[in-house]
Every structure is written in C-alpha cells, then in structure tokens.
Write a protein of this length. Structure first.
Lengths: 113, 110
C-alpha cells in the first residue's frame, strides 16, 4: 500500500508565477489536510478537505491560495502570484476518516526567487 | 491557539531519559505525537484520546490529562534514532483538524 504521495518534491518559481502542488492520499483515505512549514518552525494548518468538499479552510490565506480535492485525481494546492514569503515546505496528510491518525507525505519544498 | 511544548530543546546521551510536555489553553479531544527528522516528513508516533489514557510504543510512551489540557511524551533509554523534532498535535472537539505545537528538538549523542 503506497503511502501519501506529493509532487513535485521541489518547485522553484519566480515572483508572480503560479505554483501547483499535488497530493495523492493513501488508498482508501478520503480526508486530506494541507500544512505549511517554514524553516525551523512548526506545522501550520492550512486546509482540510474531503472528496469534492472543503471542510475547514481557516488556516489558508484569503488571497492567492486555493485548494481542491476532486472526485477523481489528487488534491491540488494552488498558489497564484507567488511571493518570496510563500517559500516553505508544504506537507499534505491523509486519513481514512477523521478523527484519527494522519499520515504525512514527503512534502513539496517551494522556493520563490 | 498553538499548544506550547516544553522544553524547546533537549540534549541527551544515549541511554538517558527525557520528557516532553504539551500544554493547551483549550479543552482537548485528542492529542497526537509526531517525530520529524530534518528534511523529512513527520512520522506518527501515537494518538491519545480524552479519558486520561496512557499509551506505549517500545520505549516511548505518553499520557494525556484532559483536565489539565496537557500531554507528556516519555522517552526511555534514548537511542540515536530518537533524534529529531517532536511535535504534539491537538484536536479541540471532534473537528478532525490538528493544531501542532511549537516543537521540541531532541538530540541524542553517543
């Protein structure tokens, strides 16, 4: 059973470009969570999704950030018009149903030049 | 509000014990513990549900005091592989959302 998969693992963007981060949850998991981690800091909750629904997006910036988890395919975290402050590691986690253990993917390290 | 972990950092010799605490200002439904090594993803250690339970996993165990809104992680006879940053994740009510603590960096030396 493959674990949570994220791609790309590393992403470099110039200011103003768009970043798309993908997360494929573990097989059988219908809950996806996105977290952001700045260097030497903790994990900050961004958004919680179930298939086709956003359950909680209280941690996501109101502008430029969006997330989706379509019926088919991976969950996508999209950052429009990236700025240097968006540089961070973005982790997604999945669980079969909440509450419960969340299994983390390897993360996408975004660098904005 | 983010749970507070203490201490912020711990340095141990192999074989020594450590305790990491996690305190929340809010009533908790569950506490999750993770370990993250540098440049890697967090790895799940254990989950504790309200009810004051205690759990163990090899030489790592944890307790959860819901009245005090605190959890503690106990590392016994530490090994080099225990090095990393430990995070508690708290769930307030059955929201399915984890709020992670400030982290405790643990280094074990031979």
């Amino acid at each position: 059973n493959a674990g949570v998969m994220q791609n790309p693992r590393h992403l470099v963007r110039r200011r103003g470009q768009e970043a798309r981060l993908r997360c494929s949850p573990m097989k059988g998991h219908s809950h996806v969570y996105w977290y952001r981690q700045l260097p030497e800091e903790g994990l900050k909750f961004m958004v919680y999704l179930q298939k086709e629904n956003i359950i909680d997006e209280s941690g996501m910036p109101k502008e430029r950030f969006s997330a989706e988890f379509p019926k088919e395919g991976p969950s996508i975290l999209r950052i429009q018009q990236v700025v240097r402050g968006d540089s961070a590691a973005y982790f997604c986690a999945s669980s079969p149903k909440g509450p419960g253990t969340q299994y983390f993917g390897p993360g996408t390290r975004l660098l904005v030049l | 509000q983010q749970p507070v972990q203490s201490p912020q950092a711990v340095i141990l010799r192999e074989g020594e014990d450590a305790v990491i605490n996690c305190s929340s200002s809010k009533a908790l439904y569950s506490v999750h513990w993770y370990r993250q090594k540098h440049g890697e993803a967090p790895v799940f250690l254990m989950i504790l549900l309200k009810g004051g339970e205690q759990k163990g996993h090899e030489k790592i165990s944890a307790s959860f005091n819901e009245k005090k809104q605190q959890s503690s992680l106990y590392l016994t006879a530490s090994q080099l592989s225990y090095s990393g940053t430990y995070f508690c994740g708290t769930e307030e009510g059955s929201t399915d959302k984890l709020i992670f603590g400030t982290g405790t960096r643990l280094q074990v030396f031979p």
